[in-house]
Design a protein around this ligand. Structure first.
Ligand code: V47
Length: 357
């Protein structure tokens, strides 16, 4: 059967077929990805009203792509107090009516384990209806290693302290060779997958990211997707796949060739076609730009993440996303692009079908 016949019949695609998808022209690829996206979600574009908080930038690991951690290129180390974090959450709840707080930190060896965990309990105690999405598998691996705990113990403590779901960060690229080059010493691919599997085994949900557009090759992206697809067949715990477009400023990777928009759109489309068992493909506008994220909605993606409000990780590396997007702006952009704006909660339950006022 040819690749086009397989696409026509909506058949599962192999590694080689995934790589071959890149050789199709953008419009052919887009046609099949869009068909699949429309079959799943019609003309809905999902987003949530959320706030990202990155409580510390002091990090034990040195990932070459990172401009956020306080190292030689970012000489302003900070660690927020719990009071500051609670104030930020409280402000966003009152002013923006957020439904989710997304908390991702660096791997700070000075704070102690309780600093990480107690803030979740405090948020839950004060704002019980707020969804806490926190701690990437990379952070869990760091906390387990630093404090002599097993992954099971860290995960159980997270749940005990009120974490509702896990974000998808730290996955980067699973290929061991690329990983060794871009983030040596950080959570391994196998460990990342093991941690998410354990999380899913507790009936909890998570996301999965892929950092692309640096030194990886197309086959590494497809391999990454297939490792996620295999785990999802077992656990069904991933809600969204999030291809993160690499931002190149202020870090140690020194990548000169920036990805073309065509390559980025192809990667969204291929994600939709390869990941037949993950419901949502998120075009995280902080790394793709909001305009390309909206175009990606025609190429397989269906989710924009959210309002974000304050963004530090990607903006440190050059993304123009530091101040988030207002709700009204997101709504207008979705509507003028010809889609229906669906405000969702963190687990993709639909909260509100917005019309333009
Ligand atoms: O894993 C770091 C990435 C991630 C750069 O689960 C960079 O809903 C681009 O976890 N260029 C953390 N990306 C962010 C994250 C996330 C983001 C949005 C949504 C969700 C979700 C999770 O940020 C890291 C890393 O891959 N990152 N540096 C950079 N230069």
């Amino acid at each position: 059967m040819t690749l086009i016949e397989k696409l026509e019949n909506d058949e599962r695609l192999s590694l080689d077929e995934g790589i071959a998808l890149y050789d199709l022209d953008l419009f052919t690829l887009g046609k099949y990805a869009n068909q699949k996206r429309r079959a799943l979600h019609g003309d809905k574009v999902f987003f949530n009203v959320n706030r990202h908080i990155n409580p510390t930038n002091i990090c034990k690991d040195v990932c070459k792509f990172c401009a956020f951690s306080a190292h030689r290129k970012n000489p302003n180390p900070y660690t927020m107090s719990h009071e500051e974090i609670l104030q930020a959450v409280s402000h966003s709840l009152k002013e923006k009516h957020i439904t989710e707080v997304h908390i991702v930190s660096a791997h700070n060896p000075h704070t102690g384990l309780e600093w990480y965990l107690e803030v979740f309990s405090k948020i839950k105690a004060k704002f019980p209806s707020l969804h806490v999405k926190a701690l990437t598998a990379a952070e869990i691996n760091f906390l387990a290693g630093e404090y002599g705990l097993s992954y099971d113990q860290v995960i159980d403590k997270m749940i005990e302290h009120g974490v509702d779901s896990m974000p998808g960060g730290g996955a980067e690229i699973f290929d061991e060779g690329v990983r060794e080059y871009i983030c040596k010493g950080k959570v391994s691919s196998q460990q990342w997958l093991e941690i998410h599997e354990k999380w899913h085994q507790r009936g909890k949900e998570s996301n999965a990211t892929m950092l692309f557009g640096h030194v990886e090759k197309r086959e590494h992206r497809i391999d990454h997707m297939l490792r996620l697809r295999a785990l999802q067949d077992k656990t069904h715990g991933f809600n969204a796949f999030i291809p993160l477009v690499y931002q190149r400023d202020n870090n140690y990777l020194h990548v000169d060739d920036f990805l073309s928009s065509t390559e980025i759109l192809k990667t969204f489309a291929i994600s939709r076609l390869m990941l037949d068992n993950i419901a949502h493909i998120k075009a995280y506008w902080a790394t793709s730009t909001i305009n390309l994220a909206l175009v990606a909605m025609e190429y397989g993606a269906d989710d924009l993440d959210g309002t974000i409000e304050v963004e530090s990780i990607q903006s440190a590396a050059g993304a123009k996303s530091a101040h988030g997007l207002g709700l009204q702006t997101i709504l207008e952009l979705i509507h003028t692009s010809g889609f229906q704006a669906i405000e969702r909660d963190s687990l993709y339950h639909e909260l509100k079908h917005h019309t333009l006022s």
